[in-house]
Design a protein around this ligand. Structure first.
Ligand SMILES: Nc1nc2c(ncn2[C@@H]2O[C@H](COP(=O)(O)OP(=O)(O)O)[C@@H](O)[C@H]2O)c(=O)[nH]1
Ligand SMILES: [Mg+2]
Length: 436
C-alpha cells in the first residue's frame, strides 16, 4: 500500500535532512516536488493546491531552532498537515443503539458484500445479522449467505423488495437479540436516480445509525467522485476504501475526506474477511510519507520548542521582566510535566523562590484571582486588592502577602545576578596574564 508515493517521499525527506539550512529556494523546490508527487499519486488537484498552501503557511509560522535540523522541522510539519488532511481523529463505530443498524451502499463491485462480512467478523461479539437487500440478483444473496457462514454470523435472505426485507430483518433482530444488523444493498454500474431513490427509501424508513459508502480504492478519483455524489444526494456517515492492497496509488484515500466531506472509517486490504483496517489518520500519514519513526521526531521537535519557550521565560526572568502571568504559565506547564524540580532546573534564579513552602494549587489559585494588570505589575496590588485576591482564591491575606514578597525577592535577586554576570566575550584576562 502506498509504496510508490512512499518511496518518493522518503527520498525527498532524506534530501531535506541533508541541508544545513533551508533557504526559500530549497523550500520552494521541495514544495514543487511534493505537488508533483501528490498529483502523480492521483490526489485531487484542488486538495493538492490547498495542501501546499497549508504547508507553506505552517512553515512560515514555525521558527527555525538551532538544535533542530531544518529538514526535521519540515518533515514534522509535512506529517502534521497530512494527518489533518486525512481527518485528524479516527472515526469509530459507536454502539449507541441496540441493535445498531449499519447500511452499506455503493456501486456494484466496489466490495460491499465483502465488507459486510468483514464487519460481521470484526464485531462477532455483537451477534451480527447480515441482511441481503438485493432482490434483483439472487447470486448476490447467495454470496452473502456463504460469507455469513464463514464468519459464523446469522443471515437474512432477501424475500421481497429491498425495503421490506430490511424492515422484516429488524423484527427478527429484536427478537433474537442481535446487537448489530448490516444491510447489504444493491449496487449499480452507475449512479442513477432509481438507485438513489431506493437507497433513500431504505434510509428514511429503517433509520440506520450508519450509512457507509464502499468505494474501490483502485479507481482513484472516480472513488472520490462517488463519495461526493453519494454524500450530497443521500448523506453518508463515511466511506470505506476497499482494495488498498492492490496497486492503488493512494490518491483516493488522500483526497476523499476533503473533497466529499465524509470521513473514512475503514480500508479494505484484501479479499479475506480479516483483511480490514480501521482508519487511523496518523498511522496512514506516516505510512504514506514512509516515516517509520515519526512519533519520536515529533516528540523531539516538540521538546525543543518547549525548551526554547522555557529559555525565553528564563531570559525574561533574568532581565527582571518576568511577571506573575509568566509565573502562572510556568505553573501550568509544571502541572503538565508533573515535576517542579524539572522546571526550576530550567529557570536560573528560581531557586530564590522558597518552593518548599509554596503550595502549588494555592499559588495558582492566588494568581488566578488577580486581574491581568495585577499579574503584569504586581506592585499595584495594594491592601484592598490583596484582600479581594485572598477572598477570591479562598486563601488568606498572609498567603497573598507571602507570595508577593517571595516573588519580589526572587525578581530582585535574579536582576542583580543578571547584572553581575558579564556577557560572554566581554571577559578580559586579568592584568599580567600572558599566554604561555
Ligand atoms: N484485493 C481485494 N479485493 C477485494 C477487497 N474487497 C473486495 N474485493 C473483491 O472485489 C470483488 C467485488 O466485491 P463484492 O464484495 O462482491 O462487491 P459488491 O458488488 O460491492 O458487493 C470481489 O472479487 C472481492 O473479493 C479488498 O479489500 N481487496
Ligand atoms: Mg454485493
Amino acid at each position: 500500500m502506498f509504496e510508490i508515493i512512499q518511496d518518493r517521499f522518503v527520498k525527498l525527506q532524506r534530501k531535506l535532512l541533508g541541508y544545513g539550512r533551508l533557504s526559500s529556494k530549497e523550500i520552494d523546490e521541495a514544495m514543487r516536488e511534493i505537488r508533483t508527487m501528490l498529483l502523480e499519486a492521483d490526489v485531487n488537484y484542488k486538495v493538492v493546491g490547498q495542501f501546499i498552501r497549508n504547508l507553506q503557511a505552517s512553515l512560515e509560522q514555525e521558527k527555525i531552532y538551532q538544535s533542530l535540523k531544518p529538514g526535521e522541522l519540515v518533515n514534522v510539519i509535512l506529517y502534521k498537515e497530512m494527518v489533518k488532511l486525512l481527518g485528524e481523529k479516527p472515526e469509530k463505530i459507536q454502539f449507541s443503539a441496540d441493535p445498531l443498524i449499519i447500511n452499506l451502499v455503493g456501486l456494484q463491485g466496489t466490495g460491499k458484500t465483502t465488507f459486510a462480512a468483514k464487519l460481521a467478523n470484526r464485531y462477532k461479539n455483537k451477534r451480527p445479522l447480515l441482511v441481503a437487500c438485493d432482490p434483483k440478483r439472487p447470486a448476490a444473496s447467495e454470496q452473502l449467505k456463504l460469507l455469513a457462514e464463514r464468519v459464523q454470523a446469522d443471515f437474512f435472505p432477501v424475500t421481497d423488495s429491498a425495503l421490506k426485507t430490511a424492515l422484516k430483518s429488524l423484527d427478527q433482530a429484536n427478537g433474537k437479540k442481535h446487537q448489530l444488523v448490516i444491510f447489504d444493498t444493491a449496487g449499480r454500474l452507475h449512479i442513477d436516480d432509481e438507485l438513489m431513490q431506493e437507497l433513500k427509501e431504505i434510509k428514511e424508513k429503517t433509520k440506520p445509525h450508519y450509512n457507509l459508502l464502499v468505494v474501490d480504492g483502485m479507481v482513484g478519483q472516480d472513488a472520490v467522485n462517488q463519495a461526493t455524489e453519494f454524500h450530497s444526494r443521500l448523506g453518508i456517515s463515511g466511506s470505506i476504501v476497499s482494495k488498498m492492497d492492490g496497486d492503488a496509488k493512494g490518491g483516493a484515500v488522500v483526497s476523499i475526506r476533503k473533497v466529499s466531506g465524509a470521513p473514512i472509517f475503514f480500508i479494505g486490504t484484501g479479499e479475506k474477511v480479516e483483511d480490514l483496517e480501521e482508519f487511523y489518520p496518523d498511522r496512514i500519514a506516516s505510512r504514506i510519507l514512509g516515516m517509520g519513526d515519526i512519533a519520536s521526531l515529533v516528540e523531539k521537535v516538540e521538546s525543543v520548542v518547549k525548551v526554547e519557550d522555557q529559555k525565553k521565560a528564563a531570559e525574561k526572568f533574568i532581565k527582571g521582566e518576568f511577571n506573575l502571568e509568566d509565573f502562572l504559565n510556568q505553573l501550568k506547564a509544571v502541572k503538565k510535566m508533573g515535576s517542579l524540580s524539572k522546571l526550576l532546573g530550567m529557570i536560573p534564579g528560581a531557586q530564590g523562590l522558597n518552593v518548599d513552602d509554596l503550595d502549588f494549587t494555592r499559588t495558582e489559585a492566588i494568581i488566578l484571582s488577580m486581574t491581568r494588570q495585577e499579574r503584569a505589575r504586581p506592585e499595584i496590588i495594594d491592601g484592598s486588592r490583596r484582600k479581594r485576591i485572598a477572598i477570591g482564591s479562598g486563601t488568606s491575606v498572609e498567603e497573598v502577602n507571602r507570595l508577593l514578597k517571595e516573588f519580589k525577592q526572587a525578581k530582585e535577586l535574579t536582576k542583580s545576578l543578571g547584572k553581575g554576570i558579564p556577557k560572554l566575550g566581554t571577559i578580559k584576562p586579568p592584568k599580567g596574564w600572558r599566554r604561555r
